[in-house]
Design a protein around this ligand. Structure first.
Ligand code: NI
Ligand code: MN
Length: 234
């Protein structure tokens, strides 16, 4: 679609997104691979993944973190409690942070921002407190600022995210049921001031029924809602 752009964004289905900067920093957000019904068949992750970013503790966002981090040596970046939970799975390099903080990851500044969603991590021992849900704004040294909202509803302080970081490109959940749907996402776009929306967290299962087409019907003229499929590159 746009390999000449400074930043390459590949959607791997659900909320899983691979970001590669012009300077070669590779960031994987919310790896959900093995049990992701929309993971593009046969897609091979790059051998070099520098960072894995986690928005919250739900299985459809952290499911494949440990295997990916162990295989690639990636550093996992997450809310402090979630980073500790992941470290206990044998991941050697983690960075625990919290809302409002920024860490420099190669040529990308990653800022953890608010989200409105639950965030417990579940395993055979039950549900664990792993901090609150978050989103990330990625500001590369070259190219536009990107926002990955994680799982969230729309909230008024998205306006602050817009004011502070001016994310040109917004990756927003639009499926509904567990997150906002297209109607709410259209208001999110307005609050953020983003020009391009990359819809995520839709179509994975029938219950995530919101579609990019529906969102396109709600947004203001001039906002580009990208109708992409898993495996597509923006
Ligand atoms: Ni969730
Ligand atoms: Mn989710």
């Amino acid at each position: 679609m746009a390999s000449s752009k400074a930043v390459k964004i590949t959607w791997l289905g659900h909320a899983t997104v691979l970001v590669e900067t012009a300077k070669g920093t590779t960031v994987l957000i919310d790896p959900f691979i093995e049990h992701n019904p929309k993971y593009p068949k046969g897609f091979e992750l790059p051998e070099k993944i520098d960072y894995v970013l986690l928005t919250h503790g739900h299985g459809d966002h952290i499911g494949d973190t440990a295997p990916v981090a162990k295989k690639t040596g990636a550093t996992v970046v997450a809310m402090v409690e979630l980073a500790e939970f992941i470290a206990k799975q044998g991941v050697e390099k983690t960075i625990g942070m919290n809302l409002g903080g920024t860490v420099q990851l190669g040529d990308v500044a990653a800022t953890m921002v608010e989200a409105k969603h639950s965030a417990g991590a579940q395993d055979s021992a039950g549900t664990h407190y792993v901090g609150v849900a978050a989103g990330f704004v990625l500001t590369p040294s070259e190219g536009p600022a990107l926002y990955h909202a994680g799982d969230t509803t729309v909230f008024g302080d998205m306006r602050l995210i817009g004011e502070l970081y001016q994310p040109e490109i917004a990756m927003l959940p639009i499926g509904g049921h567990y997150t906002m749907g297209p109607r709410e996402a259209a208001v999110a776009v307005q609050l953020l001031g983003s020009r391009t929306v990359l819809p995520i967290h839709w179509g994975t299962w029938p219950v995530l029924a919101g579609t990019p087409k529906e969102l396109a019907g709600y947004v203001a003229p001039g906002v580009d809602v990208v109708e992409w499929e898993p495996g597509d590159v923006y």
